[in-house]
Ligand binder design. Sequence first.
Ligand SMILES: NC(=O)c1ccc[n+]([C@@H]2O[C@H](COP(=O)([O-])OP(=O)(O)OC[C@H]3O[C@@H](n4cnc5c(N)ncnc54)[C@H](O)[C@@H]3O)[C@@H](O)[C@H]2O)c1
Length: 342
Amino acid sequence: MTDTGTLGLAVVGAGYWGKNIVRNFGRVTGAELLAVADLSEANRTRAQSIAPGARMCTDVADALTDPRIGAVAVCTDAASHHEVALAALSQDKHVFVEKPLTLNPEHSEELVEVARARGLVLMVGHLMIHHPAVRWIKGQLDAGELGEAYYLHLQRVNLGVVRKDESAWWSLAPHDISMVLYLFGDTPTHISARGAAYLRPGNEDVVFANLMFADGRMAEIHTSWLDPHKARRMMLVGSRRMVTFDDTLPAEKVRVYDKGADRTVDYDSYADLITLRQGDIWIPAIRGTEPLLLECQHFVDCVVSGKTPDTPGQQGLDVVRILEAGQRSMAQDGAPIQLPRD
Ligand SMILES: NC(=O)c1ccc[n+]([C@@H]2O[C@H](COP(=O)([O-])OP(=O)(O)OC[C@H]3O[C@@H](n4cnc5c(N)ncnc54)[C@H](O)[C@@H]3O)[C@@H](O)[C@H]2O)c1
């Protein structure tokens, strides 16, 4: 706790993405950013200009020497998430970890178990679950406005950022997989994926994956960092309505299509008759708060109140299991891989 009775925070990793975390943890209520750790001097200098009141240090151990720090945000490269997060949990700090939680399921299981045993909050940075548009679509789905969910199609492509430690699958797909789990409220039974590594052997630049659910629902995910267009799209087809979400648009990101196919009985032939419904298209007004600020505030609120986060460590583990199974499928020419059920 800080002198003013608020939660003391540290951010570890202030690189390309971490600087945004530093900026947003400086804006939350109920907490104060006390320290930023980064191995790079240039990144520490930049972080200092964003958070002038925070102490700059080189590593997590140095940051945690301040007893007022109660929670740590881990925004280092994915390969070091496990080590840095474990160091913070072992000192009884609540932890936020950027996606993907870790680069293998065993490491994620360990973090989830350590946090559980010590009664600490472990939250993963599945940013899209905090996006007002995604929340709105989930609300419509749960209220039955879209009918029964049939399938999801998601596309997250761009030219870059090309990474070394993570493939396009591990870097980009956590966003899409977490949205699928959230919207469908379930984990898939199987995954089948095909990918190709054109730039660096063994590090896929483009991946097409199909997630199958026990009740027949499906989700198709396309991720790439080798694409001329930036696309952040999702389409949900339901039995009553269809919805599209385009996160590259500055506003009016969601469109609802009153389109579908109705099955009636043709009494002349007593056969099934499919009639297509071409209804209105409307654009709902959705409040546009920055998802990253909502995510950072949610972490602070969960630590302060003891509430389980909407994106808990367990969800991070579920996503990592799907990523890893997708990787195995790619190694087997797209063969369906069965996923474990907890
Ligand atoms: N939520 C999102 O939309 C989003 C977007 C981009 C990246 N990310 C995630 O954020 C994480 C960081 O990505 P990035 O693009 O910022 O990477 P980056 O390489 O730009 O930055 C990582 C930083 O961590 C520092 N670092 C590494 N190990 C450290 C350690 N042990 N102690 C202190 N500092 C250490 C490095 O010096 C570097 O500055 C990744 O997990 C990435 O997947 C999330």
